[in-house]
Design a protein around this ligand. Sequence first.
Ligand SMILES: Cc1cc2nc3c(=O)[nH]c(=O)nc-3n(C[C@H](O)[C@H](O)[C@H](O)COP(=O)(O)OP(=O)(O)OC[C@H]3O[C@@H](n4cnc5c(N)ncnc54)[C@H](O)[C@@H]3O)c2cc1C
Ligand SMILES: *[C@@H]1O[C@H](CO)[C@@H](O)[C@H](O)[C@H]1NC(C)=O
Ligand SMILES: *[C@@H]1O[C@H](CO)[C@@H](O)[C@H](O)[C@H]1NC(C)=O
Length: 665
Amino acid sequence: MQILLCFTILLSSTAAISVTHKSDLAYAACGSVLKKFSSDGSVQPFCDLSNQPAVGSMALCLGNSFGNQNEYIQPYLQACGMDENDFIESYENATRYVDRKDSNGPVSVSADKVATAWEDLYQAGLNDNYSIWFGTALLSYWLVVMLIGSLNYWSHFLFPSFVKSLHGPMSNWIRRFFILSPTFGHSHASSSKVHFKVIQAFTPLRFESIVIIGWFILCAIFCGTNIHPSSELNAAASVGNRSGQLASFAVPLLVLFAGRNNFLQWITGWPFARFLLFHRWVARIVFGLLLVHAGSKTIALKSFGAYPSFLSQGFMVAAVIATVAAGLLIGHSVQIFRHSNYELFLIVHYILVVFFIVGSWVHTNDADQAYAYYAATAVWVFDKIVRIWRVSLYGVKKAKVELISNEVLKVTVARPKWWKPFPGAFAYIYFLKSTFFWQSHPFTMVDSVTDVNTLTFYIKVKGGMTHGLYKELSNVPGKTLQINVLVEGPYSQPHSGRKFDTLVLLATGTGIPGLYYAALDLIRRHDHSTKKIKLYWTIRDIKSIAWFQDELLKLRGSIVQPIIYVTCPPNVESSQNSEKFKFSFSDDSGSGEQISEVLDFVEFRYGRPSATEIVCHEVQESNGSIAFITCGTPHLVDDARLAIVQSLAKDTTKRIELFEDFQEW
Ligand SMILES: Cc1cc2nc3c(=O)[nH]c(=O)nc-3n(C[C@H](O)[C@H](O)[C@H](O)COP(=O)(O)OP(=O)(O)OC[C@H]3O[C@@H](n4cnc5c(N)ncnc54)[C@H](O)[C@@H]3O)c2cc1C
Ligand SMILES: *[C@@H]1O[C@H](CO)[C@@H](O)[C@H](O)[C@H]1NC(C)=O
Ligand SMILES: *[C@@H]1O[C@H](CO)[C@@H](O)[C@H](O)[C@H]1NC(C)=O
């Protein structure tokens, strides 16, 4: 249902824009030559049956210059809503009157003049026609990209054995060079920092870059080819029209990519973070188009000497506001601003977007392009409606929020029975507290291991809203509060990790919930297609396990082999090797010891794990296909990615897959 609605919105935006046929322009050509009756070029005087000299002249022109053919007359009749008989009557009357050379009567015009005017009008029409075809191509480009993405995603579920059979040198080479590698360097999840963190950005994967560059090249080509200047519109004006029209085509897409409820996410299974990456790059390219539009239109208007008079008009003021808003949108959306205060970024972004959309809407109000802004608004409203709908279906719930080990907030909240979580799913939580009820933050969920129809979230204390909760909780006895919450979700698409023979889960800190849930899901399903599950989890100190102890205990006796790395243990002798070690706490309460005793089925290792070693080891040891799921510190996630890329070069005997659960935007 939702998918259908989205499609309709997108399609209607393009269908509303119509291509100009040459035959449609015949009456306009006549009108432009019959200046005597219509000084401003409007068709109105020629539609007024009481103005027989004008209607008669038009009829004569259409008759003499276009041989009275229906395809040229029909557009005129339609534009005026005129009856065919009235037209014929008027034509016959005018043929009788025209020879009288009455200065108040109908006139006949030279067919050559009409032909020239017609051709001129057609050139301008052709320029716009190409904008429509090229704009449609720019949208179709993304449709093709999404279709390829969807084929890949769904083949994992529909033909898992076929996917797993693809591990030859060729397929590994493609995946190594184009699919899994960052465009340059080794960081993808961690941002590359240049010049003292001022310029910092995520590096897209190579295929993501290729997709973006491909679209950019198309935009550049489409801006400059099949430009059809005419006597009214010189080349600069024609390029200006083209670039503006192409930009309008992309705006609904821009809004769609940024929404939480984007049907393209559902069909491709791609993470929101990827769509936000595309959103940012498409936005930058669209801004480039807007600069070309503004620049070439300025040149054109100056060459006509019309610049000052245009700029004082409302629709041009709107254009200036929209362009400035677009520039500010691009400028303030860089990573450093997003990361330093996400909520502020979001508010400023919304305000600027309103200025941009409304400004563009007013600017294009008389043109077909206005439909692009109706569509953009519709897509935006649709997303908001679905969000409200999701939140209200879940309802206001009382959540138990506990502060555990002074570092993690455990949120336990009942869910409606029909509301189904799945591994890797996340939801946005609104904590209904006066200071931050309007904020919604994404957190990964686990279906509770102790209670039915209950969700648990594990939230690491950071600097903003989470810190506010932390302060409040540290002041209450028991460090537990009941807080009303709204839950918006579940978001993200399931991945096919469970179809692989070996599943290796790599997590650090609060990255564990999604991966743990993947393992739990397999145990609960009694699914035996996965023969081995290794869960690697890295934490700072042994006490940190406390907040996830209940969950870990559920793994006792299952096929899941948990291995926990403790990076910061208290004084331990023989701490260099990463062998199983005994905890000997002298200065601490015995909690660490208790935990390691209770979790005797868990292998503890001391020190920082090497993702490279784990990946190599697991790939070597695995029998059949192997999938890794990673979520944790960006460095761990990137190291694992690099090691998997390297394994693809060395080992072509089995399918090696990576699912990154880690997302950041
Ligand atoms: C898909 C997904 C799943 C996540 N799952 C978990 C989880 O299970 N446990 C957990 O501890 N954390 C998780 N996070 C991270 C969590 O959303 C942030 O740590 C949290 O929003 C920080 O809130 P804050 O106000 O304290 O942040 P701040 O201290 O203000 O910022 C810390 C970081 O969080 C980012 N951030 C802040 N607000 C948002 C927001 N509304 N949306 C996206 N990013 C934001 C900032 O850009 C910054 O990089 C997840 C993030 C994503 C994108
Ligand atoms: C015929 O044309 C003349 C001149 O345009 C006009 O004055 C007259 O009203 C027309 N007659 C009819 C019947 O339309
Ligand atoms: C791999 O699996 C096959 C079939 O399940 C089994 O026969 C074989 O012994 C296994 N090899 C190893 C090294 O575990």
